[in-house]
Design a protein around this ligand. Structure first.
Ligand SMILES: Nc1ncnc2c1ncn2[C@@H]1O[C@H](COP(=O)(O)OP(=O)(O)OP(=O)(O)O)[C@@H](O)[C@H]1O
Length: 508
């Protein structure tokens, strides 16, 4: 018997000159989780948007349990049993849990009996996602990101979804919530639903998925059972060539200590941080979500008023202003690229060069040719995939936006590059390129401060690693003297009870 739940054949989708999907085919059975894998810009999110009714395909056919499926929009897709869980959560923060779960469903506000049926459905959905003790009248805006994500799933269940689509669902979750999410995905799958799951972490893919499909440049390049392929095989399908080293290292020798930080104090984090950084070293910072890692970088960059403490570079005290810190060589890659990082409506070129137009300006005129050439070189260095350098950043895939942000701090010629989760949302092949680039920059004598929640990359790439816990930089050692378990132990302060630990990271 054919137990195909979702069948997708010959789907194509263009955005102007960009062929985001070409003749894509996909199949999911009930009780199966399919991992959708591919480089940044390969078309994964576009495919999920077509499946969830947010985009209309230019051509191709879809069917659910043998019946044609052509959603007119996301709510029509939901009515037909397909729900999408986005990275950015989509609930109404001012409404109650119950109202959110019933939003857009037929019969809301109808008679008492209907209301009772609906309440039961909400209860059941909350139970299934492990939120049975949550008050349905509680306000959604007061819940944590992890709870809101579970509520999104509960909402899909309350609307009788048969197929749930997840677009990098772990990217903003702490590790203990990741484990819970995986349990729930397994539960949904075992109840006969079909799941599609996008992730850049192969460890995650192996943990949740039964089957995989790899997209490259919008085309299917491989599919099958996840147990039948190695990580190397998946990576070479993604990038179209063998990648022999996922953590390439460039020889570099850390030199003298030249940045000295004393008693750096924020409101309330960081707390009395002393730190010494050497030329040509990659200094990693590990820690749990909320431990103050981002705040430490912001304080070093003098972004928040009210910070105390001294920062010297080569023995010179540096004033407490962003301008002074930038002049002294500091550059910051923010984790929050949407709000703080990039101007979404401006082009790639403008985003890369806007911070420092001086090298191209003469008598008040900008030498556009030169500027464009430098931007193009940086784009190819970090391998930004775009229709053209003039394309608006908002039209790029998430990972490619991150690469533009990296190109921008390279353009500033910063000597002390502070990178907050620089590989978040970046595919494995490009991650390797970023590690290589960090090694090259260190070999040129630059200092890199690398905040990451993904322990394998910290351990493989850094010269030294410090662990932050509750605002303090507690323990700094040579990377060779750390293991993943030691880092976890240092990151979890004694009174922060450990729940689940893995060796892959401290958060997703
Ligand atoms: N609204 C849009 N306008 C123009 N181009 C778009 C639009 N949405 C996506 N694209 C392009 O379609 C291609 C596929 O993008 P998509 O977001 O599907 O990639 P992805 O595989 O999800 O990447 P990532 O891993 O970086 O999230 C990219 O080249 C992207 O720039």
């Amino acid at each position: 018997m054919d137990d195909t739940l979702l069948h997708v054949a010959g789907i194509s989708k263009r955005f102007g000159p960009t062929h985001a999907l070409r003749d894509v085919t996909l199949e999911i059975r009930g009780g199966e989780t399919l991992a959708l894998i591919g480089e940044n810009g390969a078309g994964k999110s576009t495919l999920l948007k077509v499946l969830s009714g947010a985009h209309r395909a230019d051509s191709g056919q879809m069917s659910i349990a043998g019946k044609p499926y052509n959603p007119h929009g996301p709510s029509d897709a939901r009515h037909q049993g397909v729900a999408m869980i986005y990275q950015e959560l989509n609930l109404a923060p001012d409404l109650s849990v119950e109202d959110n779960l019933l939003l857009g469903q037929p019969g809301t506000g109808a008679g008492l009996l209907m209301r009772k049926v609906q309440r039961n459905r909400v209860r059941e959905a909350l139970d299934t996602v492990g939120l049975g003790s949550l008050d349905p009248r509680a306000n959604v805006g007061e819940q944590s990101v992890a709870t809101q994500q579970l509520l999104e799933i509960a909402r899909a269940l309350a609307s009788n979804a048969r197929i749930i689509l997840f677009d990098e669902p772990t990217s903003s979750l702490p590790q203990q919530d990741v484990a819970r999410l995986f349990q729930i995905i397994h539960r949904l799958k075992n109840s006969g639903m079909g799941i599609v799951y996008i992730s850049h972490f192969l460890e995650e893919v192996r943990e949740v998925a039964d089957t995989y499909s790899v997209l490259r440049d919008g085309e299917n390049v491989g599919s099958g059972k996840i147990a039948d392929v190695s990580d190397d095989q998946i990576v070479s399908m993604m990038v179209g060539r063998d990648v022999d080293d996922l953590y390439p290292s460039v020889p570099h020798e850390p030199g003298d200590a030249w940045v000295d930080v004393q008693q750096l104090q924020g409101l309330p984090y960081p707390r009395a941080v002393d730190l010494s950084l050497r030329r040509g070293e990659i200094f990693g910072i590990a820690g749990l979500v909320g431990a103050g890692r981002t705040e430490l970088l912001r304080a070093l960059f003098a972004l928040d008023s009210g910070c105390q403490g001294s920062v010297t570079v080569d023995g010179r005290g540096i004033a407490k202003s962003v301008k002074a810190r930038m002049r002294a060589g500091f550059g910051l890659l923010s984790e929050d690229r949407k709000n703080e990082g990039l101007a979404q409506d401006l082009s790639i070129i403008e985003n890369i060069t806007l911070g420092s137009l001086k090298p191209y300006t003469k008598a008040g005129f900008i030498n556009l040719g030169k500027r464009n050439q430098v931007a193009a070189e940086l784009m190819s260095k970090v391998e930004v995939k775009a229709a053209s350098a003039g394309q608006a950043v908002s039209e790029l895939s998430g990972g490619n936006q991150q690469k533009v942000a990296i190109a921008r701090i390279l353009h500033q010629h910063a000597d002390i590059l502070m990178m907050d989760e620089p590989t978040k949302g970046i595919d494995v092949g490009t991650k390797a390129e970023i590690y290589r680039m960090m090694g090259q920059l260190a070999a040129e004598g630059k200092t890199i401060v690398f905040v990451s929640s993904y322990l394998p990359e910290l351990l493989a790439v850094c010269d030294r690693i410090g662990v932050m816990a509750r605002g303090q930089l507690r323990d700094v050692r040579s990377a060779d003297d750390w293991t993943a378990d030691d880092i976890m132990a240092a990151a979890i302060a004694i009174d922060d009870l450990p729940q689940t630990t893995t060796t892959t990271g401290l958060e997703a």
